[in-house]
Structure formats: C-alpha cells, structure tokens
Design a protein around this ligand. Structure first.
Ligand code: PHE
Length: 471
C-alpha cells in the first residue's frame, strides 16, 4: 500500500486480500455440510446460479462503493446516503463482522486443535466415531485454541504484518489447492466413491425446495464475505487504475472453485468411509469434516504408513487454519476500521478492545457443544427447535443478517445511488464499459437482486424461526 490512506500496491494485492477473506471455513467446512444437508447436486446447482446471478452484482457494488468513497462501510453509507435506512446497512455490517467472528474463531480453533492433536500422534484416535463430540465438549482445550486464534488475528491486525501474511498466502493457498486435488484423486480410487459422486453431481431437481434456496443464498453470501462490508473495506484501498470487474470476477470464481473442490473431496469420502450411507441418511452437522478427514488420512495410512499420513493430515489442518486466519483478519478489520475512522480511537487499542469483547462472546460458543447446559440449550425458537448458542448466532448473523445486508446494499445501488453512478465507478479502469452488454446486464440484475434477496430473506426468517414455509 502507498499514499496517505493507503492503496494496494497492485491489482494482485486486492485480489489476494479479497480471495483470502473469501476462502476460508465457509468453503471447506460450511459448503460440504450445506450440500449434504440440502440434497447434494440440486443444492450445488442453485448455489452456483445464485453466486453468479445474484451475488456477483453485489460483489461489484461493494467494491465500487468501497473504491468510490475510500471509507469503511459505515462511513461509506454515511457519505452516500446520510440519515437514510441505508446507513443502517453499514452498522449492520459492523455488527455482523463482530458476531460472525465470535463463532468463526471457535470453529477455526477446532481446526487448529485438530492440527495440534495430529502432531501429537492422535490421528488414529480422531478417526474413531464420536471423537469429535469428545473433542468439542472439552472446554479448557477449546478455550485455549479459540483464544490462540483470536490472539493471532488481533496480533496481525494491529501489528501491521499484513504484507508478511500476504506473502505466505501467496504460497500456502496454491498448496491448499494442490492438496485438495491430490486428496480428491485418492478418494476417487476408493470403493463407493461413485455413489458419492452421483449424489454430488447429478441433480435431482425435485429436491429444489424453498429451504434449499434459502441455504444456498446464505451460504453464497457467507462464502464470498458478502453483505457486511468486508469487500467495501478491501475495495476502499483499490486504485482508480484497476479494472474492478475483472478482479471481482476472479475472486468469485476462485471462491466457488475451492468450495466445489472441498465438496468433491468430502461428499464422496462420506460414501466411501461410512459404507451404509445413502442420499437419505447422509450425515450433515458441524462435525462433518472433523469426522471424515481423519478417516481419509487413516485410510491413507494403510498405503503410506501412519507417520507420513499423520504428517499430511497435520499439514492439511494447518493449511485450513491458515485459510481461516486470512478470513478472521478481514472479519476483525470491519469493526476495527469503523472504530478507528469514526470514533477516532487508535488502531492498536481498537483492535485489542474489540478482540477481547469478541473472545468473551466466543466463550459462549465454546461452551455450546456440551460443556455448559445453558449454552448448549440456549434458546427454543417459536418453531420448537432447540438451539445451542453457536447455532443461534450462526442462524441470526450468517443465515439472516448477511442476506439482509445484501438486500440493503443492492437496493441502495438500484434506488438511491442509481445505476449511472455505479456504472461510472465501474468504468474507471475499464475502457468501453459504458454502453457494453455487460453494463446493461449488471444494471438490469441490480434491480432484480433486492427483489430476489428480500423474497428469500423473508422465507428464511419464517422457516428458521417459525417453521413456516410460504412457498
Ligand atoms: N468468507 C469467509 C469464509 O468463507 C467468511 C467471512 C464472512 C469472512 C464474512 C469475512 C466476512 O470462510
């Protein structure tokens, strides 16, 4: 970065930061769970359509607003639409960053914990049925792992060692991709992989129900770090010389590719390693990758030996931890940049303070997997569903608030900022944009987006909380 407020040194800097934010647990942990829970290929199909038709225009809007205002989300909306309902979108984004990080860091702690356990020789134990349940119910270990992860995140955000992290990301992200590919090839050689592949790739369109569409939209928003201003924040450092359509498109494609690959690994692995699995009985819970990845590596141990398989497993969990870290950094960045810009508190003090508060809230999620009865049975929805604290926070801020933020954002672009301003900003750095088919298409869908998102949002809230399915 250079200049007074800072700017990415090249277009690559933005792509790296945005892809680092996007690629994380949402792709590797969340996507396979959502796919298994929502009928396999039908979900994947809806997910891809929503990603490119609904989410990509929102990606472009966020980056454009960020670059146009060079501000954090709250400042950006205050500048472009002061004292309007849209100013709420900025505040909602800050709150989402805050609350999403509070459970994200717990799951990141599980991943890091699995790395530590495998390094200390525990792969065989982790591969046993039920071991994940034991692991997450241990409050001391998990508080430590969550705390360590939070500490690393705060340390990087205040320490200005971002460049170092980016250099690492440049190396480790391609390594993650290669390992994913290698593991996919390995799993494909196992018996029953074909059944998993069919479940993952051949859509049964009758499975596309409203809840499936709801989950696909929330998942796409979460995975792209969309709807809470993370891309406004990284967009605020983009140079006026850059072509933001190209950058936004690359980030979207990279993010969905990693999600698709993670699914291609985990879903067939379930069918090969739990032989009685069928499309109807397939497992889908927060423990999915934690139960099946150790089993994949234990299987591999039969071919390459326990030591080498443990080495690979440890390395893989470390790579996932790293992907999670580049996401937690961007989650913390949103509330931090807000406090720094708007409340005039020093960056270091702001990040530490926010980090401590988030850690305190995260404690509830650490204790929500059996350690404390209160947090494990935190709330009963009017629908009768009993939710632990982690699932409750995820339901509200991941499944509901991100799409709500996306709704406000696209409604803002369509009805307040207006498409000619959006086009003007996108055209900076991209010749011949104005008047192109692409411009016409984006300006058309940006009107559709608020309608589609609002429709899905209302359904999600009714279905989640009240078990009412309208359509
Ligand atoms: N996109 C990240 C992931 O897939 C999570 C995230 C959401 C990060 C919102 C920043 C903002 O893991």
């Amino acid at each position: 970065m250079n200049q007074a407020r800072g700017e990415w040194s090249s277009r690559f800097g933005f792509i790296l930061a945005a892809a680092g934010s996007a690629i994380g647990l949402g792709n590797i942990w969340g996507f396979p769970i959502m796919t298994a829970k929502n009928g396999g290929a039908a979900f994947v199909f809806v997910y891809l359509i929503l990603t490119f038709v609904v989410c990509f225009p929102v990606v472009m809007t966020e980056i454009a607003i960020g670059r146009h205002t060079a501000k954090n989300p709250v400042g950006a909306f205050n500048q472009l639409a002061p004292k309007s309902i849209f100013a709420f979108a900025g505040k909602l984004g800050v709150l989402c960053g805050f609350m999403i990080l509070s459970f994200y860091v717990v799951i990141a702690g599980w991943v890091f914990g699995y790395f530590v356990e495998v390094v200390s020789g525990g792969l065989q134990r982790l591969a046993q049925d039920g071991e994940f349940g034991n692991f997450v119910a241990n409050p001391y270990k998990n508080l430590m792992y969550t705390g360590l992860f939070m500490l690393a995140t705060v340390g990087i955000v205040v320490g200005g060692v971002r460049d170092g992290i980016e250099r690492w990301a440049r190396m480790l992200m391609p390594t993650l991709l290669i390992m994913l590919l290698a593991l996919i090839i390995y799993v494909m050689t196992l018996e029953n992989a074909g059944k998993g592949l069919a479940f993952y790739l051949i859509p049964d369109f009758s499975k596309i129900t409203v809840p499936v569409v709801n989950s696909a939209l929330s998942q796409a928003f979460f995975s792209l770090s969309l709807g809470m201003g993370a891309l406004i924040t990284s967009g605020s450092y983009v140079s006026k010389k850059d072509d933001i359509i190209a950058s936004g498109f690359i980030v979207t494609v990279l993010d969905s590719s990693i999600a698709l690959l993670a699914g291609l690994l985990i879903i067939p692995a379930i069918f090969t390693l739990a032989p009685d699995t069928t499309a109807e009985t397939i497992k889908a819970g927060p423990g999915l990758i934690f139960e099946f990845l150790p089993k994949v590596f234990m299987n591999l141990a039969g071919d390459v030996g326990y030591f080498f398989a443990s080495f690979l497993a440890a390395f893989f969990f470390l790579l996932i931890s790293f992907a999670a870290l580049t996401s937690t950094i961007s989650l913390l960045e949103v509330p931090t940049s807000w406090v720094v810009d708007e409340k005039k508190i020093r960056r270091k003090k702001a990040a530490v303070l926010i980090g401590v508060v988030i850690f305190i809230i995260a404690t509830g999620s650490v204790l929500a997997s059996g350690a404390s009865d209160f947090f494990t049975h935190f709330i009963t929805y009017p629908s009768g569903a009993d939710k632990d604290f982690l699932s409750f926070v995820a339901d509200v801020f991941f499944e509901m608030c991100l799409p709500l933020g996306g709704f406000l954002l696209s409604a803002f672009a369509a009805f307040r900022w207006k498409t000619h301003n959006l086009s003007k900003e996108i055209a900076v750095g991209r010749e011949h944009y104005i008047g192109s088919v692409l411009e016409k298409w984006l300006n058309f869908v940006i009107y559709l987006c608020p309608v589609i998102i609002l429709f899905i949002f209302v359904n999600t809230v009714l279905a989640k909380l009240f078990d009412i399915v309208l359509f």
